[in-house]
Design a binder for this molecule. Structure first.
Ligand SMILES: Nc1nc2c(ncn2[C@@H]2O[C@H](COP(=O)(O)OP(=O)(O)OP(=O)(O)O)[C@@H](O)[C@H]2O)c(=O)[nH]1
Ligand SMILES: [Mg+2]
Length: 360
């Protein structure tokens, strides 16, 4: 999974990036600290994977991963070249979701590019700039596809009609997610990769003294747009991420924070994208976590493991991770009858541990 981080300059994007990735990117109290994008790949923490691996004595552990892309801040008018402009948005066109960092802390020491802290205004500024960036891109694509459509190519004609509607919609301020691609030009969306079609997780960067929850106006904006909102305290989390795990957990408990910024963001992203996890774990082999969309079948899950396994799919042996752990391993789970045989259409559940029987 790839995630792009957007927000105003000085909102705390790089601080959050450091908290998530321990990458030690430069975060400083002046706008446009970040010019070149920072990228880091992070294993998705999941205690169930550790427990499953310990139960069946699997090693090594292979976590699901998320790549975070931290880019320069956007300001009002970025599409017309203000600030650093919006060219760097190209770096996040290929991501699966957007983390929109909104400053919600009132630390007067930290410069705000607009001179005051106003989360709702900032969100609107960023969303407008993302719309303009998509509009530019869509208009350019429309010009190109218009030529192809003249030749009568069926896919080009369908894509062209979609782009005409999209451009019109973007001009009126409607995000691209309101325009699903036409059935006879399914590639249309992939060709464009509009930013405003991506799912958004708002991350309110709140002060260390207030409650660890997003301000009401951000929660409301997220709800209206079918997005999600979480809260972190980026600076503290960045500092905690530099400590060792035990020390950080103790500090976190003292501060009354239940989970790390990484946990908050990962849980938020999984919920937003409606993802679940399943596990594969062989005795004395690797244990691996796989993130999949809710509603994925056993056969599709097999494809996530290996195309050969999917091709030769016979059936799946499935056990919930809690049952497997409680039974002390596969043999115990079989004895207790908690191991089930499932066919290719079985809908995977969060926490399933699966062994696919297949003919090579
Ligand atoms: N008090 C406080 N300061 C914060 C918090 N998060 C970030 N800061 C400070 O705000 C300043 C800007 O943080 P960055 O993480 O560099 O912000 P950015 O969004 O990456 O900024 P650009 O790269 O310039 O776009 C730094 O001085 C941070 O220490 C926070 O939660 N509380
Ligand atoms: Mg930065």
């Amino acid at each position: 999974m790839k995630v792009g981080i957007v927000g105003m300059p000085n909102a705390g994007k790089s601080s959050l990036f450091n908290a998530l990735t321990k990458a030690g990117a430069e975060a400083a109290n002046y706008p446009f600290t970040t010019v070149e994008p920072n990228i880091a790949i992070v294993p998705v923490p999941d205690e169930r994977l550790d427990a499953v691996a310990a139960t069946v004595k699997a090693t090594p552990l292979v976590h699901e991963t998320i790549a975070f892309h931290d880019i320069a801040g956007l300001v009002r008018g970025a599409s017309e070249g203000e600030g650093l402009g919006n060219q760097f948005l190209a770096n996040i066109r290929e991501t699966d979701a957007i983390l929109h960092v909104v400053r919600a802390h009132g630390d007067g020491q930290v410069v705000h590019p607009e001179g005051s802290v106003d989360p709702a205004r900032d969100v609107e500024t960023i969303e407008t700039e993302l719309l303009y960036a998509d509009l530019e891109q869509a208009e350019r694509r429309l010009e190109r596809v218009a030529k192809q459509a003249k030749s009568g190519d069926k896919t080009a004609v369908a894509e062209h009609a979609w782009l005409v509607r999209l451009v019109e919609g973007l001009r009126q301020g409607t995000p691209a997610r309101a325009f699903p691609p036409p059935a006879d030009a399914r590639e249309a969306l992939q060709n464009l990769q509009p930013l405003t079609a991506k799912p958004v997780l708002f991350v309110a960067n709140v002060g260390e003294d207030g409650p660890l929850e997003p301000p009401a106006e951000i929660a409301a904006i997220a709800e209206r747009g079918g997005a999600k909102a979480v809260a972190v305290s980026a600076r503290i989390d960045a500092e905690l991420s530099e400590m060792d795990d035990g020390e950080a957990a103790a500090m976190r408990a003292e501060l009354g924070a239940a989970e790390s910024g990484l946990d908050t963001v990962v849980h938020g992203a999984f919920e937003l994208l409606d993802l679940i996890s399943f596990f594969t774990a062989g005795e004395a082999k690797e244990a691996r976590a796989h993130a999949i969309a809710r509603g994925t079948t056993a056969w599709e899950a097999a494809g996530k493991i290996h195309s050969d396994i999917q091709r030769g799919f016979v059936r799946a042996e499935v056990v919930g991770c809690d049952d497997l752990i409680a039974a002390g391993g596969y043999a115990g789970a079989r004895d207790r009858g908690s191991m089930r045989l499932e066919g290719r259409d079985y809908l995977m559940r969060d926490g399933d541990v699966i062994t696919i029987k297949f003919t090579p």
